[in-house]
Design a binder for this molecule. Structure first.
Ligand code: SAM
Length: 289
């Protein structure tokens, strides 16, 4: 059996004369145990379709292809395409696409590529420079995904899984937890990457909810309230909302609305639950009495 490509990273890069680009978040994974943890977390079956974002030279792709029915990997760096195409030329269940994960039409991709799969997963060691926009896109676009397993910067992972009342709880936690049931998988030290990043990483899983965590009249308004509540973290909710989304109301009216939602106006955004944000958002759509 061929040695896994993750254990030949430096050699493969040298053979192809490739210098890695920091600007594209190219830190390649070289540890079989971590690869195993990521693939296990995705709970794949032989009927799973997997979208991988940023395959690099294919370390994770290789393991995913052993477990899933089909893997479609989207890589932005044209220079890596020949390496990937050659490595996977005999793997009928791996498709390599050249593209930008921020632009790819994933609805179309899922329809075209995964019609014969029962569940679709996203599994990726994400490029850190666009972790949040990619994750936001995957959640907000409501793709028919079963779960998302991503390796990201540890600090960002901590923010995503943080509960209300914790210092890390913020707009990103609410976004992720609104659309998904989030769980921590494992911490990953920086020395398992080539080149070694400055920060540690972590793997998390997001199990996409059939229905959002809370029902709201308008998602747009819900997220406006959430963003405004965290925009200036030292401000009380009353001041934060009064200076942004609810600026057409007097301070007394903002306070009244908050009290009607069962929220003390002096509280700060990080103490609120998703249900409380939802109540405020729905009440704020009612015309003033
Ligand atoms: N999956 C490989 C691994 O685990 O070793 C590489 C992971 S590396 C952290 C991130 C990869 O994402 C790089 O190969 C990089 O070129 C690619 N990438 C960066 N921006 C991208 C984008 N917008 N769309 C698709 N791929 C991207």
């Amino acid at each position: 059996m061929k040695k896994p490509i993750s254990l030949r990273t430096k050699q493969v890069l040298k053979e192809h004369g490739l210098a890695l680009k920091k600007s594209l978040g190219q830190n390649f994974l070289t540890d079989l145990n971590v690869l195993e943890n990521i693939v296990d977390a995705a709970q794949l079956t032989d009927q799973s379709g997997v979208i991988e974002i940023g395959p690099g030279i294919g370390a994770l792709t290789e393991r995913l292809a052993q477990q899933a029915k089909k893997v479609v990997a989207v890589e932005i760096d044209q220079r890596l395409l020949p390496v990937l195409k050659r490595h996977f030329e005999e793997d009928a269940n791996v498709t390599i696409l050249h593209g930008d994960a921020m632009q790819v039409d994933f609805h179309q991709l899922i329809t075209d590529q995964f019609a014969d799969c029962d569940k679709v997963h996203v599994v990726a060691n994400l490029p850190y420079y666009i972790t949040t926009p990619i994750l936001a896109r995957l959640l907000e676009e409501k793709y028919p995904l079963h779960n998302i397993v991503i390796m990201i910067q540890k600090e960002v992972a901590e923010r995503i899984v943080a509960n209300p009342g914790k210092k890390d709880f913020g707009a990103l936690s609410v976004l992720a937890q609104y659309y998904a049931d989030v769980s921590w998988v494992t911490k990953v030290p920086s020395h398992v990457f080539v080149p070694q990043p400055k920060v540690d990483s972590a793997v998390i899983r997001l199990d996409i909810r059939q229905e959002p965590a809370v029902m709201v009249e308008s998602e747009k308004r819900f997220f406006q309230i959430v963003r405004a509540s965290f925009a200036q973290r030292r401000k009380t909710l009353s001041n934060a909302l009064g200076s942004q989304v609810l600026q057409d109301r007097s301070k007394a009216e903002v306070n009244e609305l908050l009290l009607e939602a069962g929220v003390e106006p002096s509280r700060r955004g990080e103490t609120l639950t998703l249900e409380e944000f939802a109540k405020i958002a729905d009440l704020s759509l009612r015309s003033k009495t």
